[in-house]
Ligand binder design. Structure first.
Ligand SMILES: [Fe+2]
Length: 293
């Protein structure tokens, strides 16, 4: 089975987010698997990816091959590429949604700036769902946040909502925050930050363990603090450079020989003690396995 082989093959490359993410043990967790997808940019047309629908399809095929199957998929923003007109934007949301619904697997999204910045998330809410919300799976608390629709911040109103929701949950339960932009200053000149991140994370300071899964930067990077781990997912559309030695953020043309280079997704297995094993599936590895089988 391609998906399983892919998992074992790529576990070794997972240098940035080791296994056992939740340092503190919890009880009452029902083990489950979920997938972290990000930055699918449906509707993009250009040299960075000449077929964004195709690379999403490949990602969904890799997910379909997973055994055991994931219970759900989280998508951390930039589901669609921004467009000038509402008609085009709407069509892109519909295309994204229909591909995701075609998997038969529930999915939970947060908006990226491409989806929501031009109209404060109005169309996103109609096409996809609420900009922020909370859900629980197997004893793990998920907080889906919007840190893009009016700029790179969460804002007073959403933080007030968050404070109220936090009171309803057990701070000992493993907690996962989903957001598009990182909740730290990863690289401010490229908007790789959330400017009220410290205020947001302060609300969780009495929590045992918090994991932030984000997108936006189209590459694997993570940051570990005493009780908070933040980890980016891969894009299914194009990789971006590290913020080193470049003044301007620019994507590069898609490789002709390895068009799937740097694209992929993550598979996360939550164990009975709240531990979390994270594996990265690289689409180029999947393709090589197809070619050799
Ligand atoms: Fe993106």
């Amino acid at each position: 089975m391609r998906g399983a082989a892919g998992l074992s093959a790529v576990a070794a490359v997972l240098g940035d987010l080791p296994r056992g993410v939740f340092a503190q043990k919890s009880s009452g967790i029902t083990p489950f698997r979920f997938v972290h997808l990000s930055d699918t940019h449906i509707g993009y047309e250009g040299d960075a990816n000449r077929d964004v629908a195709g690379t999403l399809d490949r990602s969904l095929m890799a997910i379909a091959a997973l055994n055991p199957a994931p219970e759900f998929i989280v998508v951390t923003g930039d589901l669609t590429q921004a467009a000038e007109t509402t008609t085009v934007r709407k069509a892109r949301f519909v295309a994204f949604r229909s591909k995701m619904e075609g998997t038969g697997i529930p999915f939970y999204c947060v908006p990226g700036e491409h989806d929501a910045l031009m109209d404060r998330g109005e169309l996103y809410q109609k096409a996809i769902g609420p900009l922020h919300y909370r859900f629980e799976r197997g004893g793990v608390q998920f907080f889906a946040l919007d840190n893009v629709s009016r700029g790179f911040f969460v804002g007073d109103e959403q933080r007030q909502w968050l404070a109220q929701e936090i009171h309803k949950v057990d701070p000992n339960a493993p907690t996962i925050i989903l957001a598009h932009a990182p909740l730290y200053d990863l690289f401010v000149p490229w908007n790789w930050y959330t400017y009220d991140a410290q205020q947001v994370l302060a609300l969780f300071q009495h929590f045992r363990s918090v994991t932030v899964l984000f997108g936006h930067i189209h590459q694997l990077m993570s940051r570990r603090q005493p009780h908070v781990i933040q980890a980016a997912g891969l894009s299914t559309a194009w990789p971006l450079p590290e913020p080193v030695g470049l003044e301007k953020l620019e994507k590069w043309p898609q490789s002709a020989s390895d068009p799937l280079m740097g694209l992929g997704l993550r598979v996360i297995d939550v164990g009975a003690s709240g531990d979390m094993a994270v594996n990265t599936v690289l689409l180029s590895d999947e393709r090589r396995e197809e070619a050799s089988s």
